[in-house]
Design a protein around this ligand. Structure first.
Ligand code: URP
Ligand code: ZN
Ligand code: ZN
Length: 457
């Protein structure tokens, strides 16, 4: 029997093993993995790695923060994702004051559905203003938002009592809370002290958000989750001490997971001392930290103490970043990473021997899909969505703002040379990107209506 599409002779890398075989695809689905498969269309992949499509469960597209909106919209952001080998993203939704959670999801979908070129899901954000809406959590869950974002920082920050209520509501539906863990009271106090003493430049940004207190907040939310009896996922871990809190909880058998992001693995806090507005560009929270933290994060990934690599892609323009140079605490936080993640982790992680190829795939594809309840994504086997990447492991590729498809027009990784490059990205059997060409139209991507999560280790 001929398949619709066959990827031939590739070195298939999954989260468990690496082997040479063909992949047969019918329609949107992987139909067979084996030898000598024939297809109406054939992509030759000898000498290339073939992986599941990468899954990025932490991105902020066209996300309003104060009076600015993150620069990539659902089209440009998902195009950049596709060029980087990412076939599914999870973005965020939050309610307006008089809006129900279900209505907010419908409105966000109306924005995204006609624009996305890869598949996507949504996390429902629960803010202090939503405390009266917790009875709507089942409706959000039924609408496919099975993960709920809780902030311990910013204006959206929940106090411990509110966290307790939100965690309880999420537990009742079998959902997963995903958390930004920092100690907001300490941060506000340190910022106030710095500004009062004229310490206003981005140099002071990491110095007002101490690693030790990120770890404290991580430990606190884990303890609250254990008390409530709900699993928990910790977003954007930036330091070894926070990773250690996650590892310690896992050691005790609690269903706790953690992720880190490229900015914490590739940059160090001296980026904030770059001259002029260059120092403002990498402002993000938690902040980029010292090189010893970077080493600790790579070691945590290698040991399995952190389970996911996401991006927290949330870029703003140079002008938006530079508008608040007189007060670092007002610089909109977030950096672009959506396009470089998969190749960068291969280049720096696998080629250096810090990670095995299977760890790379697990961290960037399989574990994120499983955690987020994307049951047909993140793995190569019959029955899974034909979301695949053909990856050239040898070609060097230098990251520049110009060569990327992100729209911020700057990248914190300018000039970084990676070894290994995404050649082809396939989403549900359709080639979306190949050899530097976009081949899918806006709206090809589809909303992932998530249901029950698979139990976590
Ligand atoms: O500074 C950051 N990380 N901005 C994006 C929003 C968040 O905190 O995840
Ligand atoms: Zn965050
Ligand atoms: Zn984020």
């Amino acid at each position: 029997m001929d398949f619709d599409l066959v990827i031939k002779n590739g070195t298939i890398v999954t989260a468990v093993n690496t082997f040479t075989a063909d992949i047969g695809i019918n329609g949107e689905t992987i139909a067979a993995v084996g030898q000598g498969l024939a297809g109406a269309r054939v992509l030759e992949a000898a000498g290339k790695l073939v992986t599941p499509g990468a899954v990025d469960i932490h991105v902020h597209l066209q996300m309003p923060i104060g009076n600015v909106v993150s620069t990539d919209d659902f089209y440009t952001g998902t195009v950049a994702a596709a060029f980087g080998g990412t076939t599914t993203i999870i973005d965020f939704v939050e309610t307006q004051p008089d809006e129900t959670m279900a209505a907010a999801i419908a409105a966000r979908r109306a924005l995204a559905d006609p624009r996305v070129v890869v598949d996507y899901g949504l996390h429902m954000t629960i803010t202090p203003a939503d405390m009266g809406k917790l009875a709507q959590v089942p409706a959000a869950f039924a609408a496919g938002c099975t993960t709920f974002k809780l902030y311990m920082a910013y204006g959206h920050r929940l106090d411990d009592g509110q966290l307790l209520r939100a965690l309880t509501a999420v537990r009742h539906v079998g959902g997963l809370p995903v958390v930004h863990a920092e100690n907001w009271d300490v941060i506000l106090t340190l910022i106030a002290d710095n500004l009062a003493h004229g310490r206003t430049t981005p140099h002071w940004h990491p110095r007002s958000r101490p690693a030790l207190l990120e770890a404290e907040a991580t430990g606190r939310i884990i303890d609250l989750a254990v008390f409530v009896g709900v699993p928990i996922h910790i977003f954007h871990v930036s330091c070894g001490a926070a990773a250690a809190r996650i590892a310690a909880a896992r050691e005790r058998g609690w269903p706790v997971t953690g992720e880190t992001c490229p900015q914490y693995l590739f940059l160090t806090q001296d980026v904030y001392d770059r001259p002029g507005d260059e120092g403002a560009l990498p402002v993000c929270s938690p902040p980029i930290r010292e090189s010893r933290e970077q080493d600790a994060l790579w070691a945590a990934l290698s040991r399995g103490d952190l389970q996911l690599i996401t991006t927290d892609h949330c870029p703003f323009t140079r002008a938006e970043k530079a508008a608040n140079l007189a007060d670092y605490s007002r610089i909109p936080g977030g950096v672009p990473s959506i396009e470089m993640r998969f190749a960068a982790i291969y280049s720096q992680g696998v080629r250096s021997g810090l990670l095995t190829p299977s760890q790379w795939v697990d961290l960037c594809c399989t574990a994120p899909a499983r955690l987020a309840g994307l049951e047909k994504k993140g793995h190569i086997a019959p029955g899974y969505d034909a979301d695949l990447v053909i990856f050239d492991p040898d070609t060097p590729f230098t990251l520049t703002a110009q060569s990327l498809h992100e729209t911020a027009n700057w990248t914190p990784y300018e000039g970084l040379t990676l070894h290994g490059r995404v050649q082809t990205t396939i989403v549900r059997g359709q080639i979306v990107v190949t050899d530097g060409e976009l081949q899918a139209a806006a709206g090809y991507g589809r909303y992932c209506h998530r249901q029950q999560r698979k139990p976590q280790p």
